[in-house]
Write a protein that binds this ligand. Structure first.
Ligand code: AMP
Ligand code: MG
Length: 410
């Protein structure tokens, strides 16, 4: 560790350090399209053909050639056939002719516009089209969504429902995706009891490992749950070394502050390298970041809310970058009025748990339940973090505050 590493970092500095350090893992696999949901593309997807593959109608109506319409007044055209989606019109349009066409129907040869059926009038011997039709109207051009040969999706893109659909529109049966990120995690603390065992005095159930399981499963990582490790330096050291052999990243919770039983940082410095371990944020002031062997280590604080804050604000994007995600998702802050006053000390960034809701048609945010960093209920009742910047020294009801919605964070 250098002298600089003893310094407490701002949230922005810590994020920049994390993202500058980690680089994407190598390795990919081929997956059937449906199985690729949530995974990250390993190579650019080049469109093998135009999407849509042919000019087609955007509306229900009549395909016409504007050259056969009168400049002013109505034109009567003979309907010579139909083009429905999946059933193209075989011939080509002659002068004074129209083809009945439905949305998605292939534009017949000789047609250059679609007239919506609402403005037409059907008569016994044809269809009457009013003046004012323009060449090209209501037509979806071949390749207007994706042109053959273009990059349809770039490597690094995470595959969501829209990407799945787009890949399917190209006719792709399987895609190359990055291999799953392997993340080992464990809890530390002599007070932690496994589920299924009765609590003895002074013990609590280990909740962080379940929170982390949820976070990492949502991330799409291959999770390696190493259980609870006692507050004994030898046990921690052995588990850290074991985790480093198996995983790309290690996440620990607890034992990173400066208490008598907080050994994670000290052992990390012995078996690996500490990049930083103190942040000017609340909750989540102690958070160790470093490396053991080839594995990155994120030593999150033990308080359950602090674990969630440190993970979402710092570890998450580093893990996404490690997994090959590029670009990283934008995480916009929205500005809304606060429904209640919030106490705050200037000098550090604070993340409160908030619920954004519309009151009398206007969005506002209130902080939820008790905000102690051990109180998970404040998280379960919330749908956002209220993010108060370093220079903020408190909020009055009605003041504008920035919120980060949970959507997309976990
Ligand atoms: P530590 O960071 O180890 O000092 O722990 C801070 C607080 O978080 C203490 O009250 C711990 O009991 C609690 N804590 C630590 N790890 C867990 C866990 N895995 N589940 C629930 N609470 C925890
Ligand atoms: Mg502890």
């Amino acid at each position: 560790m250098t002298a600089q590493d003893h310094r407490s970092l701002s949230a922005a500095e810590a994020r920049a350090r994390l993202l500058a350090e980690v680089a994407p893992i190598a390795g990919h696999e081929f997956l059937a399209l449906r199985s690729a949901l949530g995974r990250i593309l390993a190579a650019d997807i080049i469109a093998p053909h135009d999407v849509p593959p042919h000019d087609n109608s955007a509306m229900d109506g009549y395909a016409v050639s504007c050259a056969s319409l009168a400049g002013a007044g109505d034109s009567k055209l003979t309907v010579v056939g139909s083009s429905f989606a999946g059933h193209a019109f075989a011939g080509s349009l002659g002068p004074g002719q129209a083809v009945r066409i439905m949305t998605g129907g292939v534009l017949p040869a000789g047609a250059d516009a679609v007239v919506v059926q609402e403005v037409t009038r059907v008569e016994a011997d044809g269809v009457v089209v009013p003046a004012g039709q323009r060449s090209g109207q209501n037509i979806r051009r071949a390749g207007e969504d994706l042109a053959r040969g273009a990059v349809a999706l770039a490597a690094g893109r995470r595959i969501g429902p829209a990407e799945l659909g787009l890949l399917a529109s190209l006719g792709l049966v399987e895609v190359a995706v990055k291999r799953r990120l392997r993340v080992a995690f464990f809890s530390t603390g002599d007070e932690l009891t496994a589920l299924g065992t009765a609590l003895t005095p002074g013990q609590i159930y280990d909740s962080n490992r379940y929170t982390l399981h949820g976070l990492l499963a949502r991330l799409g990582a291959e999770v390696i749950d190493l259980g609870v490790v006692a507050d004994r330096p030898e046990a921690l050291e052995a588990t850290l070394r074991e985790a480093a052999r198996m995983a790309d990243a290690i996440i620990t919770t607890g034992g990173v502050s400066v208490g008598e039983a907080d050994f994670v940082r000290e052992i990390l410095a012995r078996v690996g390298e500490v990049k930083f371990w103190k942040l000017d944020v609340k909750p989540g002031r102690p958070m160790a970041f470093g490396k053991v062997g080839e594995a990155w280590l994120f030593g999150l604080p033990g308080n359950p809310v602090a674990t969630l804050v440190s993970y979402t604000q710092f570890a998450l994007d580093a893990l996404l970058r490690l997994a090959g995600c590029d670009p990283l998702p934008e995480r916009p802050l929205l500005t809304v009025p606060a429904a209640n006053a919030i106490k705050k000390q200037a000098g550090r960034r604070e993340y409160l748990r908030g619920a954004v809701a519309a009151v009398d048609g206007r969005w506002q945010v209130r902080t939820t339940a008790s905000q102690g960093s051990g109180m998970l209920r404040s998280m379960t009742e919330a749908n956002c973090f209220v993010v108060l910047p370093e220079d903020c020294a408190g909020v009055q009801a009605g003041d504008s505050v920035e919120v980060q919605l949970f959507e997309g964070l976990f």
